[in-house]
Design a protein around this ligand. Structure first.
Ligand code: F0G
Length: 458
């Protein structure tokens, strides 16, 4: 009870959900080409596909939406969001975008040149793809502990500083138009990055004159971990920690669909005025006028309020402990997960759970299909389907180090009994794990193939 605080809210509006019968789940999966992204959400019982845009907004956010100013230019909503962004992140310039990847696209369109390198701890798939789409080479330099699922490191999202220095010297700073870090590190288990590490990353980029951008989707969860695990920040507020982080950076891009607890939206923020001018040109071409960036005024207001709610310590304590509760419970059921659990999701080691399924037969796909067939639960494969890609020089397929299935927890949506149900389904999958079989891809596009690939059971 003490470790897992109850929800710091009560439910005022409900959305019914249903578990359709097994035979219908089987038919739905077949029709979807065994790709969970292709299912009708109506046929899903507990949807843990993503924590992105799936959160429940608060009464204050809904109230703020009623005040949305829908003026094409200079809307009051824009200035309210600008004030939240300035107060928390401290950047002089910012533009709203319709979601995180739009901000990544704009930044990449302006700064990424063919064959340049963009280092990070780990790029998320959309960042990775936006850089590749412009001919760049995203490079992941997370600490090696990130790949050992049972090692208890408090900040498994940290960047490997000696590797980063070596990398910059090898490829040359002039070939690195900007450097990144993702907080928390979604592609590596939702693991936090320490403030000490962010400081070192910033120092190293800046020593070589490389601008530093933070992928800030889950920055509030990251700040909560810093407060819990980094001694000198114990008595700081979450807001103070956030301000310290962003003071170290030249800019940030954020999908507001995560820690700003809205259903759509994002932004790109920066200090450099010239860059801002170029961003505005690109934004007008692709997203919209710089004071709305592809969003409605009411969306901007929901983000302005949500950014502040996402920093609330009582909420963050409930949120992070809800994830820890799910991780502890599935571990008791024999299911291996990345430890310690991250902020927004648990990451099941499908490769470890299903050692009889080789990497090329997609153990993560096998487990995520089983979760749906057994219990109507939708998670997401984060292994070879999502991350394997051909080497740009040799064409040889490079596979990720881990075959994971992520169960992401939408913010303020599911209760503890929903999570207990998920645990019970994983228990029954564990009992019959030896009978699970791999999958074969029958169709896949080149970039971001996990969204639309089709499969066949082996
Ligand atoms: N960066 C990170 C770390 C993310 O997790 C995401 C999205 C994005 C960027 C892109 O943001 O979706 O608003 O365009 N992650 C979602 C997920 C899709 O399920 O983890 P977006």
């Amino acid at each position: 009870m003490q470790n897992h605080p109850p929800e710091p809210f009560r439910i005022k509006m409900i959305e019914p959900i249903h578990l359709i019968p097994r035979a219908e789940r089987e038919a739905a999966m077949k029709q979807a080409g065994y790709n969970l992204f292709a299912l009708s959400a109506e046929n899903v019982y507990i949807d843990l596909l993503t924590d992105s845009g799936t959160g429940a907004m608060s009464q204050s956010q809904w109230a703020a939406m009623m005040e949305g100013d829908e003026s094409y230019a200079g809307a009051r909503s824009f200035y309210r969001l600008k004030e939240s962004v300035r107060d928390i992140f401290g950047f002089e310039y910012f533009v709203p975008t319709h979601q995180g990847r739009a901000a990544e696209n704009i930044l990449s369109a302006i700064l990424v040149k063919p064959n340049c390198y963009i280092p990070s701890n780990m790029h998320f798939d959309t960042t990775d793809a936006n850089i590749r789409a412009r001919g760049g080479r995203p490079t992941n330099l997370v600490i090696k502990e990130a790949f050992d699922i049972s090692v208890h490191h408090p900040f498994k999202g940290n960047m490997d500083i000696p590797e980063l220095r070596k990398f910059i010297q090898e490829v040359g700073a002039k070939n690195i138009p900007f450097g990144c870090i993702t907080i928390t590190n979604n592609a590596g288990g939702g693991q936090p990055v320490s403030l000490e590490n962010i400081q070192q990353v910033s120092e190293n980029y800046h020593e070589f004159g490389i601008p530093f951008f933070i992928d800030a989707c889950r920055y509030a969860e990251n700040c909560y971990f810093i407060k819990q695990r980094e001694e000198q920040y114990k008595s700081k507020s979450i807001l103070e920690i956030a301000r310290e982080i962003f003071l170290l950076a030249d800019g940030a891009f954020m999908s507001a669909k995560k820690d700003a607890i809205v259903n759509i939206g994002g932004f790109l923020a920066m200090r450099d005025e010239d860059l801002y001018q170029n961003v505005c040109k690109e934004l007008i071409l692709r997203e919209g006028f710089p004071t709305y960036g592809g969003l409605a005024g009411r969306d901007l207001d929901a983000i302005a309020v949500g950014l502040r709610e996402g920093l609330d310590e009582e909420y963050l304590s409930y949120r992070i402990n809800q994830t820890a509760y799910l991780a502890e419970s599935v571990k008791i059921a024999g299911i291996p997960v990345i430890e310690p659990p991250g902020g927004h999701a648990i990451y099941i080691d499908a490769g470890g759970l299903l050692p009889h399924i080789p990497q090329m037969d997609f153990p993560g796909q096998a487990l995520s299909a089983a979760l749906y067939l057994e219990g109507g639960i939708r998670g997401v494969e984060m292994g070879s389907v999502m991350f394997a890609h051909p080497d740009p020089d040799t064409g040889e397929v490079i596979s990720p180090k881990l075959e994971l299935v992520r169960l992401a927890i939408p913010r303020r949506v599911y209760t503890q009994s929903h999570l207990d149900y998920v645990v019970s389904i994983l228990q029954s999958i564990y009992q019959k794990r030896d009978a699970l079989r791999g999958y074969r891809i029958t169709y896949a596009p080149e970039l971001l193939r996990h969204f639309t690939a089709r499969f066949e059971p082996l």
